[in-house]
Design a binder for this molecule. Structure first.
Ligand SMILES: Cc1cc2nc3c(=O)[nH]c(=O)nc-3n(C[C@H](O)[C@H](O)[C@H](O)COP(=O)(O)O)c2cc1C
Length: 229
């Protein structure tokens, strides 16, 4: 795949085959992702690749905490509720996913099942916890760097036929992940990435989310009409 094809064809994968992913393949993906740019070449990413029984314990811990009504707790503050066009896009992709999965708006049970799937890391064989050292806080620039790294890694995975969904659901109970994966407190977990070979029969995997047109976000400044700057 050329780069444009790769970036345009990638989509989030939320249903996986049981086939394991080897340490070699994960390392190979990291070999590529490490070429992501970062502020002053600080390369602040710290990655925990979690699988096997450890991941099962995290799935169980996430689900039981959420079912018990324990309020989500992440390692850094987040915007709780999106507004305006951001909220609309959030709704639009949820509608696409629910339609694909045959989940009716008022079907609380199926909606709950879907949410729990996220807390289980979509039953993927591997979850990557993407972390940074807390001494970097306030860490907005490092967060940016981790975003660049994470995009690179999901693209490198996609090129190898491996699907991924970057997700906050797996780390909403961050203490569970710290405890079972033995991640020290000073490694703040930014997000996680569920990783595995896609199950293309899983309906949500066919969802292609939409994007706003370029002219809605691109502003040219200092360009003369009809000329290049
Ligand atoms: C930081 C971040 C957090 C996300 N958290 C979740 C999540 O908790 N659950 C989920 O199903 N998808 C999650 N996603 C995936 C987005 O919903 C998805 O990237 C977006 O809808 C665009 O769709 P696409 O990845 O298929 O292009 C997250 C993506 C990012 C970048």
């Amino acid at each position: 795949m050329n780069f444009d094809e790769l970036i345009r064809s990638r989509r989030s994968i939320r249903g996986f085959k049981k086939t394991p992913i080897s340490k070699e393949v994960i390392s190979e993906i990291m070999e590529v992702a490490r070429f992501a740019p970062s502020s002053m070449n600080t390369q602040p990413w710290i990655i925990y690749a979690i699988g096997g029984e450890t991941l099962d314990k995290i799935r169980e811990g996430n689900c039981s905490q959420m079912l018990a009504g324990v309020p989500p707790k992440r390692d850094f503050p987040i915007k709780e509720a999106y507004e305006g066009e951001h909220r609309q896009r959030q709704i639009d992709v949820a509608v696409q996913l629910f339609e694909a999965m045959g989940i009716e708006r008022h079907d609380k049970e199926k909606r709950q099942d879907w949410v729990m799937r996220g807390f289980r890391q979509f039953d993927a064989p591997v979850s990557l916890a993407i972390a940074y050292d807390t001494y970097l806080e306030p860490a907005a620039i490092s967060h940016f760097d981790l975003g660049a790294f994470t995009h690179a890694l999901v693209l490198a995975a996609w090129e190898r036929g491996i699907g991924a969904v970057i997700n906050g659901q797996g780390i909403m109970q961050s203490e569970v992940v710290h405890k079972h994966a033995g991640i020290p407190e000073n490694h703040a977990i930014m997000t996680c990435v569920a990783l595995g070979y896609p199950d293309y029969d899983f309906p949500a995997n066919s969802v292609k989310s939409t994007r706003a047109d370029v002219d809605t976000f691109l502003n040219f400044v200092g360009f003369e009409e009809g000329t290049d700057a």
